[in-house]
Structure formats: C-alpha cells, structure tokens
Ligand binder design. Structure first.
Ligand code: DHB
Ligand code: FE
Length: 255
C-alpha cells in the first residue's frame, strides 16, 4: 500500500465526482468524455492535455514554498545534450531576426555566490520552432548551457523568440477550440539553473507588452516572470537575477 497514492487519487476522484454531480453530467456526456480520452491516448497527446490544464498548478504550488526565484513549466522541448556556449547562441540570420540580450546574476537564497552554476537556456526560432524537435534545426541552435562567472554573472546574445502555438491539430486543440479558447503561448525564454547542493530551478520569462502574456493557453505566466520592456545597444534586454535554494529532501511519490 502506498498511502500517498491513496490520498491523492481519492482526493482527485472526489473532486471529479463533485463536478459530475454539480453539472448533472449525463451518461451520454460521460461516454463522449471517455471516447475523447481514448482518442487523446491514441494520438499520443496525454502529456500535452495534462500540461495544458494541470502543470502550471503543480508549479505554482511549488512556488508558494520556494525561497528561490519563481519556477515555471518546463514544456516538452528541453534537451540535456545542448552544448556549452560562449557570448552568443547560434541562430539563423533571417529577416525577422531581432536581437535579444539575456544577462543577469545567480545567487543562493542567503544572498551568497554559488559555485559551479550552469544555466540551460532555450527558446523558439523567429518562426516559432524549437531546435532538436522541428524542421531538423540542429540542437545547438537557439539553446545552450551558460557558465556563470566567478562574480555570479552571465550574459548571452540571441534573437527574440515569438509567441508559440502548442500542437493544435489534434484532440487537445479541438477541445480548447470547442471551449472558446485558443492554443497560443506568449513569447518566452526557458531556463534551467543547476548547481551542486541546490534545487534545480526550472523557469521561463516573458516580455512585457507581448501578445498572449495575459492569456496563455497553458496558464504559465506569473507577473514575477514578466520582464520590463528595455533596450540596450539595440537589443531587447532580459535581465534576471536568479535566486536558487539549497537542496532539500523530497518526499512523496516518484522522489
Ligand atoms: C508547450 C510548449 C512550450 O514551448 C512550452 O513552453 C510549454 C508547453 C507545449 O507544447 O505543451
Ligand atoms: Fe516553450
């Protein structure tokens, strides 16, 4: 017997049962929903559907107890095999290429510098694709690992990502549409900040004034993750002072 599984599953089941009663869901609607879930599995969209509705809730729960920077959803496009990079990410020189300077610092929750920090950064191309997943764009484009200097600083040049449409041709997209919603995420840059002895921080940052910032289909935007509109040397600037928290023992299922 696993007590944690029992407690969580019983609570989820009770919430769903309460909704079925409250909305007086019919047998026909129930059968339609079961057929829909079978289609989700068939089209391999189980992760996508769960991410759209629930991942940001789990992340926000973690954010409430974290002493570090605000976490955000990881999304499906992290690649651990991305290379270390120098002063700029590899990008294509396209017409809609707009420069972006990402810089900042990393400190521990006590305010001290941290040894051995690496920052994974990844974001979309100027046409909304992710390298290593779409159009055979090599994995070393639009992503890389940054080393943090002795003074806690980092800095890398790249190009602006754009709003991103999650896969919308399948049953997840169909459900969002039938509910009067949409499948867009605001432009964002993903980060994973790692250091020995510290919790890994997975987060993403958004651009003030950007489309969909206040209407993300994945509900992933927290106001603390929206970067003010600023320009430096002709580049939009994303300036972030990351705070990471010491590693703590995890409990529960899957730890
Ligand atoms: C998805 C894609 C992303 O780039 C992201 O940041 C979050 C979610 C998705 O397709 O589900
Ligand atoms: Fe993303």
């Amino acid at each position: 017997m696993n007590e944690r599984v029992k407690v969580v599953v019983e609570a989820v089941v009770a919430s769903v049962q309460a909704a079925l009663v409250d909305k007086q869901v019919t047998e026909l609607e129930y059968r339609t929903a079961v057929r829909y879930l079978m289609k989700i599995a068939e089209e391999r969209e189980t992760a996508l559907l769960c991410d759209v509705f629930f991942n940001s809730t789990v992340v926000a729960t973690k954010a409430r107890t974290s002493q570090g920077s605000t976490p955000a959803i990881e999304g499906p496009y992290y690649r651990d095999d991305a290379p270390f990079v120098g002063e700029r990410l590899k990008t294509y020189d396209t017409d809609d290429h707009k420069p972006l300077l990402i810089k900042g610092t990393v400190r521990g929750a006590d305010g001290n510098l941290v040894d051995g920090v690496t920052i994974d950064v990844w974001h979309s191309t100027p046409d909304g694709k992710y390298s290593g997943f779409h159009d055979n764009i090599p994995t070393d484009f639009y992503r890389g690992k940054l080393r943090v200097g002795a003074g806690g600083g980092f800095r890398v040049l790249t190009t602006m990502p754009v709003p991103y449409q999650i896969p919308n041709k399948g049953p997840t997209g169909a459900l969002l549409e039938i509910m009067g919603g949409h499948s867009w995420r605001p432009a964002h840059v993903h980060f994973k900040v790692k250091a020995p002895g510290f919790e890994t921080l997975t987060t993403q940052y958004y651009f003030e004034g950007g489309d969909w910032v206040s209407d993300d289909c994945c509900h992933g935007v927290d106001s603390r993750l929206v970067i003010p509109d600023a320009v430096e040397d002709g580049a939009r600037v994303m300036n972030i002072d990351f705070v990471i928290e010491p590693a703590h023992a995890q409990s529960g299922v899957g730890a």
